[in-house]
Write a protein that binds this ligand. Structure first.
Ligand code: MN
Length: 199
């Protein structure tokens, strides 16, 4: 049910993205960020919940600086298997472009009732990724959700997007993933270049 939009938008005869097969989770909840050089570069932030990956597209990517609020656009649920996808979505297909597993690990809610927190638009959680750790919040505002780091020992002024640009799975840059999978290397390489704005 929740994956209907995901299926509707994709032609699985053409895209290498996984076909949904609802799986039940075993204990720990998956957290993943996929860097996606589509028509516009963005970071897809995903949290496993109720057997799917809740998903937000973060155009500027996450910031470790608690004073920086990053817009996170809520998008369709993705299958849990999607969290392992790294490769090239063919041009002309939905989301066409190169995808990198930029960070991956587990997450834990900091609230007793996740569904209620999501409905209210204020979800606090802990990330245990390779790059992002500690306490974060997703908060819904009239112009969209915001992804914000809480103050803790993992907060930093360092730009993690610039310092750690590579895949946590293959250790490749977007251009390398594009080149090895028949993707648009030039477009992917633009996503590897440091962002023009830091906020
Ligand atoms: Mn995307």
């Amino acid at each position: 049910m929740a994956l209907r939009d995901y299926e509707r938008k994709r032609n699985f005869e053409v895209t290498p993205e996984p076909k949904p097969s609802r799986r039940t989770s075993h204990g720990k909840l998956l957290y993943v960020i996929q860097k996606h050089a589509a028509s516009h570069l963005h970071y897809d932030f995903r949290l496993e919940w109720n057997g799917v990956l809740l998903s937000w597209a973060v155009p500027k990517g996450p910031s470790l600086d608690p004073s920086v609020k990053r817009l996170a656009m809520h998008v369709e649920d993705h299958p849990v298997e999607y969290g392992g996808f790294e490769g090239v979505i063919p041009e002309g297909e939905y989301g066409g472009g190169t995808v990198m597993v930029w960070d991956r690990g587990t997450w834990e809610p900091e609230v007793a009732d996740v569904d209620a927190a999501l409905a209210k638009g204020d979800l606090k959680f802990t990330l245990r990724g390779e790059k992002l750790r500690g306490s974060w919040v997703l908060v819904r505002t009239p112009r969209g959700w915001l992804l914000i780091k809480h103050r803790d020992e993992f907060a930093s002024k360092e730009d993690v997007l610039v310092k750690q640009p590579r895949s946590v799975v293959s250790h490749k840059l977007l251009a390398e993933i594009a080149s090895e999978n028949g993707g648009d290397v030039e477009k992917a390489a633009k996503g590897d270049a440091p962002p023009k704005t830091s906020r």
